[in-house]
Every structure is written in C-alpha cells, then in structure tokens.
Design a protein around this ligand. Sequence first.
Ligand SMILES: [Zn+2]
Length: 163
Amino acid sequence: MEIQRVFVKADGTAVIKCHSCGAVKNVDTRRLPSIKHVLKVQCDCKEIFPVRFEFRMSYRKDTNLLGVYRKIMNGQAGQAISAKNKANCNVENISMHGARFKVMGGHFIKEGDPLSLGFQLDDGKDSWIQKTGVVRTVVDKYIGIEFDEPANEHRALGFYLMP
Ligand SMILES: [Zn+2]
C-alpha cells in the first residue's frame, strides 16, 4: 500500500486524509508516544493505512551540551551510551532532523559514517538522549549528522525543540 506523506505543521499538528472514505483527521503529533518514520493509522471506517510524518520545521535550537559520539561499526546497532561516559564532543545545535557537534581532539569521521550521539539536555530534568544518525557534513572539527528517526521520537527532546 502506498505510504501517505503527512506534513507536520509548526504547531505539531498534521492533517491525515483517509483514501478509502475521504474522512479528514487533525492529529496532534506531540500527543503521540513516539513518531517513527512510518506509522499505521486506523480510520473510523476501519481502513488501516501507513503514513509518513514529514517535518518542515526548520527550527534549529542553538545548544551548548556535552555529548558522547561513537561510530557504529560493521553495521551493528549503536551501543548504549550513558551520561557517565566521558564527553568527547559539544553539541552546538539540534533540529528535528539532525544535530551539529564539535569534536574534542582529533577524529576520523567521514561523510556517510553511521554514528550514535548521546547528550544530556539542560531541560531542568537532565534528560539523557541517544540518537543514531548518518554523518552528512564534516568541516574540520564540526560534524553534522542526520538522525535516523526525527527528534521527537524522544518526547523530552521533542519538547526541548519547541520554539
Ligand atoms: Zn476512512
């Protein structure tokens, strides 16, 4: 079945239209427990169809957060990183789709590398976030990654990024 692309507006709401009965539903994505790239939704008419939420929000929050990055080797899933790991980077900004961080010391990161990035939010709760993503830009010590899943997959991070 074709995946319906649903655009999430700046206020976090999105309009989903059922292709079977034509019903239109307004969804507040911030109330969903998590937003994967593809989600199956069920209409009142019982039709079940896949939708993909797409975020046009270009909002990018400037941050100053200690972080821990690790390359993901041999296609293995990213290992868990905790706040106890020694920081090796500083996360300088975060958006719905990615982040930029500055490496402390040297590095061998290349564009296309998969990596895990952990960081503690200064949100008053010290929420620990770990994201996996792919390196899109490398400029000297500055690394830009694109997240595999949008930021608000983590509720705490989703709230943190609200303008
Ligand atoms: Zn329907």
